[in-house]
Design a protein around this ligand. Sequence first.
Ligand code: SF4
Ligand code: SF4
Length: 361
Amino acid sequence: MIKIFNLLTNIVFKKKQPVSIVHFLTNRCNARCSFCFINFSDNKIFQNELNLYEIDKLTKKLGSSIRNVSFTGGEPFARKDILEIAKLYIKNSLIQSIYITTNGSLPERILAFAKNINAFNKNIELNFQISIDHFPDKHDKIRKIPNLFKNCLTTYFSLRELNIPQINSNVAITVSEENYQDIEGIYNYLYYRKRIKHIKAILVRDEGIYKNNISKKKLILDAYKLLTNKIIKNLNVTKNNFNEKSLQGKIHQQKDIIAFRLIKKIAQHNKYISPCHAASLFGIITAQGDVYPCEILENKKIGSLRDVNMDFIKLWNSKKNFEIKKDILNNKCFCTYECGMSFNIIGNYRYYFDLALGLFK
Ligand code: SF4
Ligand code: SF4
């Protein structure tokens, strides 16, 4: 009870400890998407990934509010020790869920991971977000992996067929220059023909070496609106993008609907709506252990975990992070970063009524 009280106090008022972190496990990836933010020609980015010994230390120093870690990359399953990494998070920290973004190219490895984690701890929620952007041939071509679409489907369905409420899979469509003209057809193909009933939308954004084509921005946004409207309409039929039996799952579902609305508004009017809690409720850790408020503010490094003996909370409470947080709030920083949006919604009481509606759906 005290733990929950402290967690809620942190989320609503203090905002001093992270509730969720995104851990980029690696920059390695077997795909080469045209819109990827990673500069694959720079060999340095593949070196010096945090090792298990360092991750063991890190996971003991994530504070008392941490409830979720999101693994991403690169392709997180390119790390063969991903299972050990996940177990360290579960054993050493207070996380209750692990979200994983994957290109879905390694179905057997992903399924073995899910079964293993569920056997290790039945209460941990696992959510796999599999990226699909186009019809089969084009998807494989955009991501430059033969048979990728087929493997994405195998990954999605084999996880669903486990029929374990704590294990969920969904497909995320990133709306970009590559697919905005075909978005309705792609959605219909996935939902009706391939019977993928758990679909999310992501709006492509400028990041790393990828820059949007300005002249296409409006068209991409229109396609994003169309896609999110279709997703919301069909949510009445298919409720569970997440574990529909858990409180967390219901809140997540509703939070996605609010996030779609906010992202459309921010992208359309290019303006600030509400405070961002990057560097307070959420942050990111790079493959080499650098900590940032979010993926976008590449010039606002909070520090390196290796310089503080992997003590995450020490960096989080540093004077430097205090200044970064202040800057983000005072400058009314805004963007459409989906992960950030989630925590800006749960950390802002103006959205609580809307969130609570999700509990009655
Ligand atoms: S799958 Fe993801 S990490 Fe890999 S190249 Fe594509 S966008 Fe980049
Ligand atoms: S608004 Fe976006 S860019 Fe600014 S701090 Fe938040 S997540 Fe980062």
